[in-house]
Design a protein around this ligand. Structure first.
Ligand code: HMG
Ligand code: MG
Length: 299
């Protein structure tokens, strides 16, 4: 399969990145981050999540973040919701796109949401139904698609089943997440190929964490397989608080550098993104995980 002329990036840093920070990040800094990201040309920025604040206190200020951001025309600001209660909070805060999330591993899903996979799918049905009535676009995540921190191996058939269920329910896009970053390109390619037999490729996205340094290689394998939507987090922040050993997401700067270097358009200004990544690293008080930002900044 030939490579695409353009790839759509879904920036998940403000949500997947900041949900895993040990030290609190000020609401004004979260707002500034999102506004800086939207100024780089990114047109889909997952802004926060309306999960239980007891489970993820890092994002308890979700409504204030939504109220504070400067919404740019043409930019979508989806938010994560785990249930109808989260959907209602998200809508009250002005969200017009939401994401629901399940997993290909029951063991992980129970730790992450206190529900088995099938129970979580049943929870989403009314959310997706309400969203359809409200004209709200829904994305679905499947986590642990290439390995689980609790059960180990994850059968590809289970990834296919959950992805197909989310799509059939009405999720317009299904993002396949290697939550703990254990996958390699052959496994990523085989998994995507199997899912694409059940869900049309244009409705699929990939979401890699870079724990073992495989994320860009996995993205390339999946682009060759036909995927056109890739998730990433500025500065390589993130991880799931309920996935032991999960480290950062693929850094958006590194993804953009690779794609532009290969002649693939993203609509993103890499210099502005590097500035934002370096700024965020300063806010978080540590070195960025982005190799590109480190190389450009000589650190
Ligand atoms: P639970 O404790 O079973 O919930 O949690 P419950 O329905 O029994 O309710 C218990 C309490 O929580 C009640 O309050 C509810 O009102 C409240 P109380 O009566 O005790 O005062 N509650 C809520 N409050 C605010 N907003 C809500 C909400 N729902 C219930 N939406 C629940 C179940 C799903 C809520 C919880 O487990 C949860 O919030 N989990 C989210 C964990 C999470 O956010 N993990 C990270 C995201 S997933 C991820 O990172 C992977 C991904 O990036 C892809 C990848 O990387 O592969 C997507
Ligand atoms: Mg993630």
């Amino acid at each position: 399969m030939s490579l695409p002329a353009r790839v759509r990036i879904v920036e998940v840093g403000p949500r997947d990145g900041l949900q895993n920070e040990a030290a609190p990040v000020a609401t004004c800094d979260k707002i500034a981050l999102i506004d800086r990201l939207s100024a780089t040309g990114l047109d889909c920025i997952e802004a926060t999540s309306f999960v239980s604040p007891k489970w993820v206190p890092q994002l308890a200020d979700a409504a204030d973040v939504m109220a504070g951001i400067r919404r740019r025309d043409g930019v979508a600001y989806p938010v994560l919701v785990p249930n109808l209660q989260g959907y209602e909070r998200a809508r009250a805060a002005g969200a017009d796109q939401v994401s629901v999330f399940s997993a290909a591993s029951d063991a992980f899903n129970r730790r992450n949401t206190n529900a088995g996979v099938d129970e979580s799918l049943a929870r989403f049905a009314p959310v997706v139904e309400r969203a359809a009535a409200d004209g709200v676009r829904v994305r679905g995540y499947v986590s642990t698609v290439l390995g689980c921190p609790y059960q180990g191996e994850v059968p590809v058939a289970e990834v296919v089943r959950v992805a197909a269920a989310l799509h059939a329910m009405g999720c317009r896009e299904v993002s396949l997440g290697d939550t703990i970053g254990v996958g390699t390109p052959t496994a990523a390619r085989a998994m995507l190929r199997a899912v694409a037999d059940a869900v049309p490729m244009p409705a699929l996205a990939v979401h890699f964490h870079d724990t073992y340094g495989q994320a860009l290689a996995n993205v390339l394998a999946c682009l060759e397989e036909g995927v056109r939507v890739v998730d990433a987090a500025v500065s390589g922040t993130g991880g799931c608080p309920y996935a032991r050993g999960a480290s950062g997401n693929l850094a958006t700067e590194d993804l953009v550098y690779m794609l532009h270097g290969m002649g693939i358009e993203t609509g993103v200004d890499l210099d502005a993104l590097v500035d934002t990544g370096a700024w965020l690293a300063g806010i978080l008080g540590r070195q960025t995980s982005s190799r590109v930002t480190r190389a450009r900044r000589g650190s």
